[in-house]
Design a protein around this ligand. Structure first.
Ligand code: F6R
Length: 249
């Protein structure tokens, strides 16, 4: 695991956007695994800028998002499909039919999980998987305890996750379940790229990257991945103790 610490949030976001841009430029048909959440909003904003100013070309990309709330149709303003269309897909030259998220409103959610997992395999697997980390230690919505070999499935969200995300739903009720790629599905990606920023993530980041690999901190499974890069700002790196801290700016 490579840990890159940047002196500001903007520099951390810039580095993550550059790593994604490099993958898109190097590979004519890249398969990107994408994440949502507040941390990623500025990553997508930067990629949109790169598309507009530097003609970064997304036309060959296929994408698979990590997760979607159970029960929400893609048209719902709180769905992750809506987030992705608004912040990224509608702003760049990606073909919408090549963008995939689990269907949160599928009539049979277990069958939907199997379909989504199969679709990723049929695409040849994920080349670069973008990840955030939740206060509960989740990646995607793999809440503790999540096994390192878990696959795409329906999960119940942890109380911390509900606390973290409920304000985004305003007066509407946040779903208590979601479909998520499994930890094993994430670990099967060629490369993983985790971005965490802000002091509120410092404790869980240190448990994930310096603590033992445990189902109690699902993100700790990334220590098992052969090509995982973690990009942090100073604040998110604030609780790291022993491990060498690589600084890149
Ligand atoms: C969402 C996802 C989650 C978020 C995590 C951090 O697709 O994969 O694991 O990355 O909950 O969310 P923020 O960035 O809002 O703190």
């Amino acid at each position: 695991m490579e840990v890159l610490i940047q002196s500001s949030t903007a520099a951390a976001v810039e580095l993550v956007a550059e790593i994604i841009a490099r993958e898109v430029q190097a590979n004519p048909r890249p398969v990107l695994g994408l994440a949502t959440g507040r941390t990623m909003e500025s990553v997508y904003a930067r990629l949109v800028e790169m598309h507009r100013a530097e003609r970064l070309d997304f036309s060959g990309c296929r994408t698979f998002n990590l997760d979607e709330y159970a029960g929400l149709p893609g048209a719902d303003q709180h769905s992750y499909r809506h987030y992705m269309n608004r912040l990224f897909f509608h702003q760049v030259n990606i073909e919408l039919r090549n963008t995939h998220l689990p269907h949160g409103d599928a009539p049979d959610l277990a069958a939907e999980c199997e379909r989504y997992e199969r679709l990723i395999q049929e695409a040849g697997g994920i080349d670069l998987q973008l990840l955030g980390i939740g206060q509960s230690g989740h990646i995607g919505f793999n809440e503790p305890p999540s096994e390192a070999n878990s696959r795409t499935r329906l999960v119940t969200l942890a109380p911390e996750t509900i606390r973290q995300n409920a304000p985004l739903f305003g007066a509407d009720k946040m779903p208590s379940q979601a479909i998520t790629l499994g930890v094993g599905t994430i670990l099967a990606s060629q490369k993983c790229l985790l971005l965490a920023t802000g002091e509120s993530k410092a404790g869980i980041v240190s448990r994930a990257i310096e603590g033992p690999v445990t189902t109690a901190v699902p993100a700790s499974a990334l220590q098992l991945h052969p090509h995982c890069t973690v990009v942090l700002d100073e604040a998110a790196a604030g609780a790291l103790t022993g491990a060498p801290r690589k600084r890149f700016d």
